[in-house]
Design a protein around this ligand. Sequence first.
Ligand code: GTP
Ligand code: ZN
Length: 360
Amino acid sequence: MSSSDEDEIPDLVPAADKVPITIITGFLGAGKTTLLNYVLSEQHGKRIAVIMNEFGDGDSIEKSMSVGSGGEQYEEWLELRNGCLCCSVKDNGVKAIENLMTKKGRFDYILLETTGLADPGPIASIFWIDEELCSDIFLDGIITMVDAKYCLKYLSEKKEDGSINECTRQIALADVIIINKTDLVPVEELNDLRNNIRSINTTAKVMETSHAKTNLDDILDLNAYGDLATNSLESTFKERGYNINDRHSIDKSVTTLTLELEGNVDKEILDKFLQTLLWEKSILNSDDKPIELYRLKGVLSLSHTDIRCVVQAVHELYDSHPTTPWKPEEKRINILVFIGRNLDRDVLLKHFKQCLMDKT
Ligand SMILES: Nc1nc2c(ncn2[C@@H]2O[C@H](COP(=O)(O)OP(=O)(O)OP(=O)(O)O)[C@@H](O)[C@H]2O)c(=O)[nH]1
Ligand SMILES: [Zn+2]
């Protein structure tokens, strides 16, 4: 990537003084607020600022913020300027974070609850493009909570315009998926739901809870977009295997596809490939439908360097950065994981192969 390109895309690698933020998304009533209250009441030694979304979408001009520290809590209201351009462009939650940052030093972690109907993609994307915001905070991960009782129903809902329903999108984007309200469903239903979720997103960590009681180590400090992502990505792939095509799914159209190639990748050709895929959206599958991507993750061996490169994309935004060195005896395996719709293995593999330096 040229240096001018690098100027345009803010770095996602967290610096020591940045505050991590975790986005909590999930369908209406799934248990997001219950999770936040649970986190606030737990002893975790962190001062966590929690931005709740109690009043639904859009027009609320205040957000409640609670900071929990060692079991103690205090709450305040963050005033959101109403009607200004940035509010209509940005999510209110992001505005709340900006206001929150004026109180920097009083907390060391932020949890943001999004509205149940929101597509978390645009909100997550803000942390990639808003340089001012990025200098203070970094996106640690996206948690999606699902309601064990109603999720299958939400997943199967068809949108009139043929687009993917919100529940599926939220699952596609997640780094962690919490299946909540397990107390309300029999074990067979839970198994069915788990399989469906897995068929959409193979790479996310899936947990099951009742009343959102979870181990905080599983949801905070994931660094899902940063340096550590390399190890967790690779071990995730190894643990879960690649072949998900045989699994049953309600909405077959959104799936995870993993490609693996040995060799060294030419970064310029790869950038072009990803731009065509993510920005121009002009790569078609064998049915002539455009391949739609919600999420991309990858570990790459680039030519001319012995340092691994991690690629991440949320919707149209993508970023790559060097991580850890390849060991001399290690096979240089490039992995790309696509989560989206109309994915076509042969087409994507053909493009991916063209990125290899030493094609045979
Ligand atoms: N039975 C049962 N009820 C739960 C569980 N978790 C949460 N609830 C209840 O479900 C309801 C909705 O929970 P919330 O935490 O408000 O859900 P939310 O996702 O924040 O809801 P919205 O903000 O409206 O989208 C509340 O009445 C909770 O007490 C659970 O594991 N089991
Ligand atoms: Zn809520």
